[in-house]
Design a binder for this molecule. Structure first.
Ligand code: NAP
Length: 318
């Protein structure tokens, strides 16, 4: 794997991944590639998905129940929608090995801690996590081992969590290429509300608005989408279950950010109405610098047009 060393001795004897979608499947592929587990098992609810995961040949076993999967596992990671974490914690609680690390990958942390912690027994180390990496694809075929390279993974261990367990999970994420940061669940939810949740909400809104316009036809929206619209459609194609759960569980932080956003939108609306070119120019100059900053710290490529390939013009006849 790109710039990440492969381990000789596995970090964990057995890893159980509950859910094998984009994130679970990517963790499995990366952990396998890096030799981080003696054994990797996973679960899937339908026989069809279980058969497909076995066919992919990345894990050692695909089990029907989450309880079976976590038996004897040293690391258990819930890779399922945020709203499903509480019920699954309840289901696995009585089957966890003492000393096991239990984690998740949910995009919201306060709700996951609130929903899972009450079920987890003494002697099990709960270290919630959120890899800030993804694509708009989902399902067992969508994952890839390189997803986490040079991306951040935020850990939000509750106060008093065993530091050795936190460090072991940090080492796991670092071994699959991620940079790790630790913060409180509430702070995580506030930061992600502006960097991820609000942008998704805006994309879902704008794509929905374009779909319902009366004066512009659907085919015109699609045909002229390169004017900016298509970049929103990628985000708005994200999994509906995952994003429903994000907005239901990070309600307060999202509403707070939405309030600030609405005020700023009103300022720009006023500038347009009043023909205040100076205000618009000053605002757009400031935002351009933010884009440059993201490229400078390596969180996106500097390639024009997101690196999309462009056709070449044929030679003019002489
Ligand atoms: P995904 O590709 O749709 O996979 C979701 C997995 O969860 C599937 O294996 C699905 O199983 C399983 N699942 C769904 N509901 C379940 C339930 N009630 N009980 C047990 N298993 C259930 O989704 P994903 O993108 O990997 O997202 C998983 C988690 O990662 C979410 O919490 C999300 O917030 C977080 N996350 C996502 C991204 C991203 O960009 N996508 C980035 C960072 C974190 P079936 O196949 O049986 O339905």
């Amino acid at each position: 794997m790109n710039g990440v060393e492969v381990n000789d001795t596995p970090l964990f004897n057995k890893i159980a991944l509950i859910g094998f979608g984009l994130i679970g499947g990517s963790i499995a592929r990366a952990a396998r590639a890096q030799g981080l587990a003696g054994e990797i098992v996973t679960t899937a609810r339908s026989a069809k998905t279980r058969a497909r995961v076995m066919e992919l040949g990345i894990v050692d076993a695909v089990l029907e129940t989450n309880a079976q999967a976590v038996e004897n596992a040293d690391l258990v990671i819930l890779c399922i929608p945020v709203g499903a974490c509480g019920p699954v914690a309840q289901e696995i609680a009585g089957h966890l090995k003492p000393g096991a690390i239990v984690s998740d990958v949910g995009s919201v942390k306060g709700a996951v801690v609130r929903d899972m912690a009450p079920y987890l027994p003494e002697g099990v180390h709960f270290v919630p996590a959120h890899p800030v990496a993804g694509t708009e694809h989902s399902g067992p075929d969508s994952g890839f081992a390189e997803l986490f390279i040079n991306r951040w993974c935020i850990l939000t261990p509750p106060e008093g969590t065993d530091t050795a367990a936190v460090e072991k999970l940090r080492a796991f994420w670092a071994a699959i290429g991620a940079k790790v940061e630790i913060m409180t669940p509430d702070h995580h939810d506030m930061v992600l509300a502006i960097t991820s949740h609000l942008p998704h909400l805006i994309a879902y809104t704008i794509v929905g608005t374009a779909d319902e316009l009366e004066g512009v036809t659907q085919s015109e929206v699609l045909k002229f989408s390169a004017g900016g619209f298509r970049d929103f459609t990628r985000i708005a194609a994200s999994d509906p279950t995952m994003w429903r759960d994000v907005f239901l569980t990070n309600k307060d932080a999202v509403l707070e950010m939405l309030g600030t956003f609405t005020e700023d939108l009103s300022k720009l609306t006023r500038a347009i109405r009043r023909g205040d070119g100076e205000a618009l120019f000053e605002h757009f100059t400031r935002t351009r610098a933010i884009r440059r900053g993201i490229v400078e710290i390596g969180q996106d490529s500097a390639a024009a047009d997101f690196g999309r390939p462009h056709a070449h013009l044929g030679k003019k006849p002489e």
